[in-house]
Design a protein. Sequence first.
Length: 286
Amino acid sequence: MQYEHSETRPPSSAPTVGSGAPQPVKILVAGGFGVGKTTMVGAISEIEPLTTEATMTAYSESVDDTSKIDRKTSTTVAMDFGRITIDSELILYLFGTPGQERFWFMWDDLVDGALGAVVLLDTRRIQDCFAAIDFFESRGVPFVAAVNQFDDAGSYSLEVVREALALSEHVPLVRADARSRESVKMVLVALLEHLMRRAMDDQRSARRALTRPARRYEAEAPLVVEDLKPPEEPPLEPEPDPDVDEAPEEPPSEEPPPEEPPSEEPPAEDWEDSDRGDEREPESFL
């Protein structure tokens, strides 16, 4: 395995950086095997790029499909690294990911802290970039898709490519030549513009979320201070103390009913005699 260490190029070729510390931004360059990621990072980097290229051997012939890239003799086994200064306030750090499936575990570490990504694709093997698109979509990382123009690749419109990739309309899709510095620069500019639009959309959404409750309350009737008072609750009854013995209930008094006064009516016999007095026959003197 051969490792190349990054060394700064002559100062004349490096852009001048202002006195203020620039803001570092991490960008990933991903895609399928042999799509041109290492070439893209090397074309734009202002420093000698760090690469982890390993020579391909016969053992990988059954694993890596080189039918469309028969001139490829080495492959990235870890990552590529490059740097490009945009201005005195912004500097981009480019990380190229390995393309073979057996090295995809590196993506989880490389994506940590990334602000955006470039998915490079080859129309001859367009299915090789599906994994990279799914990876960034599932993690919410903004990205742009760039069609690398190979000499023997067919010419397809961007609309046809977008439909084949099932890309959303808000994802930028551009053409690129990974060997050209100016072409790679336009790809990075498209990515930065995409990131700025997303940031502005997020800010507008946050403002709408803050102002929406105020507008809703303005449409309602004005609040009255009395309406804000809590409702009156009934007084709470004191709970019985379990330590205090309750007085036994007194049984109901069994007072005899009052005696009724005696009736003043004459006895029945006297009443009958008095009634029959007139009916008596006169006594016979005989």
